[in-house]
Design a protein around this ligand. Structure first.
Ligand code: G3I
Length: 333
């Protein structure tokens, strides 16, 4: 069965992909994406370092390839991402003398970037991650904001500007604030409070994205439940934007193969978590996996090169128990 059909009454079901996977638009990777998903995100192709590597010199070769694949397949496409501390070229933050850019210069660059990238796909990308990973409790700031170069130059205001520029560039796109580990109570609270402050200023935030890079043990379904509930009072939509489940709970283990017991455990855990998503299908508008098959997962290279089996399909694109747990749990031992 097609995953998107199974969840048709609940939310869109999606996956990220890389253009390298769809080099053959009729190949098995493309077919799998088209069969199971009605929402797609480009894994890297719309990021700043890909679309504007040098100041004012835009390159949409890979972005267009990703976008056109989704469009030709009739699949909704999500824009990831506009303002982030990572995968953003250094020139963005410095002036020609090599000093930290002024706020004015930073905003000028931000505005041109957002206008040009969003403008190119105006009306055709349903949602954008306008800002990504702006909360970092580890940076010990009273407002919980990440001490990125964006923040160092412009303070919290850069987030407001990003949303304002994005709204002007494509008024129909849903504008998201996206982050990981939103289940951690402290981080969750910082993110929630930030969105409240933005709303109080009339900043157009349409949704919160939970990346949801989780592992075989943490967080619990209960914690995920509490997380979705914690944002309900904001009256905005929620999306699970980058779901995957690492086979490890640490950075050091590495196994030859994925033991059967763990495969089954992963399957039931996916099922449990999707039951939570379903419970909140009035709030959650999309659940998007960060990749479809284990072989192409970023977790095979991060934090170290090792085996990992975080997704629904295996190296040969065969359905795992995790897939069956979502479409027909009776097939899982
Ligand atoms: O394309 C080059 C290749 O030419 C080169 O030989 C190779 C050697 O390092 O690198 C390749 O680029 C890599 C790229 O992925 C494409 O695979 C980069 O090094 C690598 O850093 C990059 O990683 C991406 C990561 O973001 C970077 O931050 C992952 O693919 C991508 O899945 C990941 O996605 C992020 C989301 O954007 C935000 N949330 C977390 C998520 C996972 O980290």
């Amino acid at each position: 069965p097609s995953l998107k059909d199974v969840f048709a009454g609940d939310f869109m079901l999606g996956s990220s992909f890389l253009v390298s996977e769809i080099a053959d638009p009729d190949g098995p990777h493309a077919q799998l994406l088209e069969k199971h998903f009605n929402a797609l995100t480009a894994g890297n192709e719309l990021k700043w370092d890909a679309t504007e590597p040098q100041e004012g010199q835009f390159d949409f070769t890979r972005a267009d390839r990703a976008f056109h694949f989704a469009q030709a397949s009739g699949i909704a496409f999500r824009g990831h991402t506009l303002v982030w501390h990572s995968q953003t070229p250094d020139w963005v933050f410095y002036d020609e003398k090599g000093n930290l850019a002024s706020k004015e210069l930073l905003y000028e660059r931000m505005k041109r970037h957002i206008e040009t990238v969003m403008g190119r796909y105006k009306g055709q990308i349903y949602a954008w991650d306008v800002v990504n990973e702006v909360i970092e409790p580890g940076d010990n700031r009273p407002n919980g904001l990440r001490n990125s170069l964006w923040y160092q130059i412009a303070g919290e205001e850069y987030i407001e500007k990003a949303f304002e520029f994005a709204h002007a560039a494509d008024p129909d796109a849903k504008l998201f604030i996206n982050d990981y580990n939103t289940h951690q109570p402290e981080k969750r609270q910082f993110l929630h409070d930030l969105i409240k402050r933005l709303q109080a200023k009339g900043i157009p935030v349409d949704g919160v994205g939970h990346q949801m890079h989780i592992n075989i043990q943490y967080p619990s379904a209960q914690e995920i439940d509490e997380t979705i509930a914690a944002f309900a009072d904001l009256g905005i939509e929620q999306q699970i934007t980058e779901l995957d489940m690492s086979s490890y709970t640490n950075d050091t283990d590495s196994w030859e193969s994925f033991p059967l017991e763990q495969q089954i455990r992963q399957a039931y855990r996916y099922k449990e978590i999707f039951d939570v998503f379903r419970k909140y299908n009035d709030l959650i508008t999309a659940v998007i996996f960060w990749g479809k098959d284990d072989a192409n997962s970023w977790l095979r290279t991060f934090p170290v090169v090792r085996n990992n089996w975080p997704l629904l399909f295996d190296e040969r694109l065969q359905a795992k128990y995790a897939y069956w747990a979502l479409v027909d749990p009776s097939k899982v031992p």
